[in-house]
Every structure is written in C-alpha cells, then in structure tokens.
Design a protein around this ligand. Structure first.
Ligand code: C2E
Ligand code: SIN
Ligand code: SIN
Ligand code: FE
Ligand code: FE
Length: 375
C-alpha cells in the first residue's frame, strides 16, 4: 500500500509527458489540473493543489484540489498564504501541530491532513504568482523531504511560465468579452428594445450554431458576439429609431445604415472576437436570396454567423413587442419562417430552427422581460 520513490527515468518520463501537455494547453483550468497532477505524481503525495492570487479580492484561491472544491482564503493566511507572502517554501511533518494550518477544511470533509509541503512560484519577472501545495506523502516515510522540495520547485519553475502565458491570454479574452457585452448593452438601451433582447439573441444563436454542427468553441464565439449585431443603432436618431408605427422610406434608409455603421465601428480590429462581431453587425440583415442590405450578398457569401444571427434576430423581433408592432403569436412566426426558407433565410438554418424550436421557446420564456407582452 505504500508507494516507492521514483527512479530518475520515471521522473523524467512524468516531466516530459506533462510538460508536452501543459505547453499546448490554452485553458487556465486545464493547465492547473495538469500542474496539480504532475506535482502529485512527481513527489507521491495524496493530493496536490495550485494556489493562485486574486489581487482584486485580496484572496488566494485554488480551483483544483484533488477531491476538494474551490477553496478561498484571505491573502497572507495559512501555510499557502505564508509561503506566498514570504517567498519561502514550507515543509511540515504534522499539520495539526502547526498553528498556521487551518483545520476548517478537514473538519468539514473528514480528511486527515498530516504532512504538507508548500512551494511558492514566480513569473518571468520574478514576482510570486502562486504556490504549489502537496498534502500527505504516500511512501513509508510519511513526510516530505528536501528531495521533494527540489522536485516541486523544479515542477513550479517549468510550469510557472506556461501558467503565466495562459493567464495573460485569459485576461485578454475576458477583457474582450467584457467590452463586447458592454457595447451590446449600450446598443440595447439606445433602441429601447426591452431588456433581454440581446441576451436572447445570444442564446438562440448558440443553439442554432450547435444544431448546425458547428464546434463548441466557434459556437461560443458567436454566442459572445451576436448581442452586438445592432451596435450601429447607437448612431441612429431617437426620433427615427423609436418612432411608433411605420417608417417613411427615408427613415428606413437611415435605420438600415446601422449595419454599415456597426461594421465600420468594429472592422478595424484584428482580434478574433471583435472581427467576428464586425461580421455579425455588418451582415445580419443580408438575405439568402440576395434581397437584403447593406450589400445584397447572397447564399454562402453571407458568413454563417450572419445567416444564423438573422434567424435569431427576426425570431426575437417577432416574438417581442416593439414600439412599431405587437408581439406575434408563435403560429404566425412559424408561418413566416416556412415562407422565408430559402428567401430571407438560409434553408439549413431554418431547418435547425424548426428542429430546435422547443429549446428556443424555452429560452424565450425564461428570458422574457418583466412587463413585456406575453405570447
Ligand atoms: P428590429 O425591430 O430588431 O427587427 C429586426 C428584423 O425583424 C427586421 O429587420 C425584420 O426583418 C424583422 N421584423 C421585425 N418586425 C417585423 C414585422 O412586423 N414583419 C416582418 N415581416 N418582419 C419583421 P428590418 O426590417 O431590416 O428592420 C431593421 C430595424 O429597423 C428593426 O429592428 C427596427 O429597429 C427598425 N424598423 C423596421 N421597421 C420599423 C417600423 O415600422 N417602425 C420603426 N419605428 N422601426 C422599424
Ligand atoms: C493553507 O495553506 O493554509 C491551507 C491548507 C492547509 O493548511 O491544510
Ligand atoms: C457550418 O459552417 O458549420 C454550417 C455549414 C453552412 O451552412 O455553411
Ligand atoms: Fe439590425
Ligand atoms: Fe436586433
């Protein structure tokens, strides 16, 4: 039942295997799991966690702990906090004899923590960004040694650099998401479209994309950017945009410019999410038969993101009350999509629309705005 210490060959195999996986992983959570598993295997501990610093909240947190959910502790507390604050590694034979150990978790879970090793790790600039912590040595000698300290320090220095680049990447993606969500909300407020319009369009687009067989990552991109489709409406005068009843031809031309304006606002970016948002803003009123605007594109010359958002947008516009029209009953909406299959809309997207209709209606009802007309 005890484990034997590893040979150098076994150690090298573990390091090579894990590092190959870690450097090619772009998702933070997965890097943390790989790091924890690598640490655990290298030093034969029962559990291993990776602690990171949450500077905004002044806390340390771990999202992966073998058999343990996310834990948060105040910065500077506990063994992990001490190691991170001082930059010193800590080895303990019996945690219950050490006042820095926090027993709350054991008391909650019934787990018995005995030996612990905690090693802080640094980014490329030498700043401490987290700590490795392993619990309970599984060999006959039931505590961690100087050799374990060396090995975990080695693991930390290898993995720390990949970890930092993944965290930076995540930061960029999160920032883009926030900006896009904020811009979508601005467009929404401006056109007085009731609260959840952009959220519903996001969810419908996502369901339609997956239904078309698009892969998860690409469907997620569309979900993030489709709420931006009407961002160009920020530049349309209020008197036109929120006019009750029919528009004159001139007024309708002004409104139609929201597609060009949205595209112009976003097209300059090389960023993946923002350039996808530009496509959706520019193409969501194009029609499969070429009769749409602004460019009269047809068929597959319209990006699949534009073809999907067109269906999601019209479904939502018809389902909801607008200043210029009441909400339509579902039968009338279905009739329109049957009629417009292959005219306004990509026939494949319409087929998925009908296949997924129960799910779409469920989303619509869940995200119905308070005070919005019922269907
Ligand atoms: P929206 O309200 O988000 O509508 C999006 C699209 O849903 C419309 O694009 C159209 O394809 C479809 N749709 C909405 N209501 C109806 C309807 O009653 N019948 C049919 N068959 N389709 C409908 P469209 O036509 O290019 O309009 C773009 C935007 O122009 C609309 O966005 C809305 O903001 C504005 N708009 C269009 N018609 C009027 C109107 O009569 N009065 C006012 N105040 N605004 C209008
Ligand atoms: C900590 O580092 O304080 C949490 C883990 C423990 O003490 O067992
Ligand atoms: C897709 O791109 O996943 C759907 C195929 C298409 O309609 O272009
Ligand atoms: Fe639009
Ligand atoms: Fe819209």
């Amino acid at each position: 039942m005890y484990k034997e210490e590893l040979t150098s060959d076994q150690l090298l195999t573990i390091i090579f295997d894990y590092m190959a996986k870690i450097v090619s992983e772009t998702e933070l959570k997965k890097v943390l799991v790989l790091m924890a598993n690598m640490g655990r295997e290298m030093i034969l501990s029962d559990r291993c966690t990776v602690w990171l610093i949450d500077e905004v909240r002044g806390e340390l947190y771990t999202t992966v702990a073998h058999g343990v959910d996310e834990i948060r502790i105040p910065y500077g507390t506990g063994l992990a906090g001490t190691a991170i604050a001082t930059g010193e590694s800590i080895i303990i034979k019996d945690a219950y004899n050490d006042p820095r150990h926090n027993r709350d978790n054991d008391l909650r879970t019934g787990y018995h923590t005995k030996s612990i090793i905690t090693v802080p790790f640094r980014n490329n600039d030498g700043e401490i960004i987290g700590a490795y912590q392993a619990v309970n040595k599984m060999t006959k000698v039931d505590y961690f040694t100087e050799r374990d300290l060396e090995l975990l320090t080695l693991a930390a220095s290898y993995a720390g650099k990949s970890l930092e680049s993944v965290m930076l990447h995540q930061e960029i993606v999160d920032t883009q998401r926030e900006i896009i969500a904020t811009m979508g909300e601005i467009g929404e407020i401006r056109s007085k479209e009731t609260g959840n319009h952009v959220k519903r369009v996001a969810e419908y687009s996502y369901v339609l994309a997956l239904g078309l067989g698009m892969d998860e990552a690409e469907a997620q991109v569309l979900r993030t950017v489709s709420p931006m489709h009407d961002i160009g409406k920020v530049a349309i005068p209020d008197a036109v945009l929120n006019k009750p009843g029919k528009l004159t031809d001139e007024e309708y031309d002004i409104i139609k410019s929201h597609t060009k304006i949205g595209y112009q606002l976003l097209k300059g970016s090389k960023r993946k999410l923002l350039s996808a948002a530009a496509i959706v803003a520019g193409q969501h009123h194009e029609k499969w038969d070429g009769g749409g605007y602004p460019n009269g594109l047809s068929g597959e010359d319209i990006h699949i993101y534009g073809r999907i958002t067109a269906v999601a947008d019209v479904f939502d516009a018809l389902s909801a009350e607008r200043v210029y029209k009441p909400a339509w009953p579902l039968e009338k909406i279905e009739a329109l999509f049957r009629e417009e299959r292959g005219r306004h809309f990509d026939p494949d997207v319409v087929d998925v629309f009908f296949r997924e209709l129960p799910k779409l209606v469920e989303i619509r009802d869940r995200l119905t705005d308070v005070g919005e007309a019922s269907h």
